[in-house]
Design a protein around this ligand. Structure first.
Ligand SMILES: Cc1cc2nc3c(=O)[nH]c(=O)nc-3n(C[C@H](O)[C@H](O)[C@H](O)COP(=O)(O)O)c2cc1C
Length: 182
């Protein structure tokens, strides 16, 4: 796949199964994540790789966080299943530092670019991926359990694997309504 085809056809895959990206592919995906625009070279991101037995650990973290909120059993059951929507998850977090030239939002944008770049790399390698957040990306207990400081941010859970079926290619959105000329 050439780079323009990648940019014009990337799409998410909500239903992912094994095989996960193999070690070589994961290496490429992580390298793509490291290649993003980064003001002042702060590398304000961290990637937590979750696979194998760790999917159960993440499931337990999600359930425990909701239990602490007194959530209903149906919500606990749903949360328990979430990490099993793919064989591999990269939790992308942003370690925010106080920098006089690089405000918080720029650091979060860079970490977001990591998630996007890694999804693009996965897609180019023939894998599927889906960037998810939801309440559990903003939950203090989850952050703590994942070693993310409470003042830092989880910018996304990037679910990775093999799509269960070849999805029809989505139509591209027309840019005409989203541009203007000064
Ligand atoms: C920061 C961020 C968080 C997202 N969180 C979710 C989510 O929790 N659940 C979800 O279904 N889609 C979520 N999405 C959207 C999907 O990743 C995806 O982009 C969307 O379903 C559109 O599909 P496409 O990527 O094929 O265009 C999120 C996207 C971004 C950028």
């Amino acid at each position: 796949m050439d780079s323009i085809e990648l940019l014009l056809t990337r799409q998410s895959s909500p239903q992912l199964v094994a095989p996960a990206p193999n070690n070589t592919a994961l290496d490429t995906i992580l390298k793509a994540g490291m290649r993003v625009p980064d003001h002042a070279g702060l590398t304000p991101w961290h990637f937590t790789i979750v696979a194998g037995n760790s999917l159960q650990t993440l499931s337990d973290i999600f359930v425990s966080a909701y239990k602490n909120q007194g959530a209903a059993q149906t919500k606990l059951d749903k949360a328990a299943k979430m990490p099993f929507r793919a064989p591999l998850i990269i939790v992308v977090s942003c370690c925010i530092s106080d920098h006089k030239k690089v405000p918080k939002q720029e650091q979060i944008i860079s970490a977001g670019c990591c998630a996007h770049a890694m999804q693009m790399a996965a897609f180019a390698l023939g894998y599927g991926a889906m960037w998810r957040t939801g309440e559990l990306a903003y939950n203090t207990d989850v952050k703590t359990a994942l070693g993310v400081n409470t003042e830092d941010e989880i910018v996304g859970y990037l679910y990775l694997g093999t799509p269960t079926k070849t999805l029809p290619q989505k139509q591209s959105k027309n840019y005409h309504h989203y541009i203007s000329y000064l």
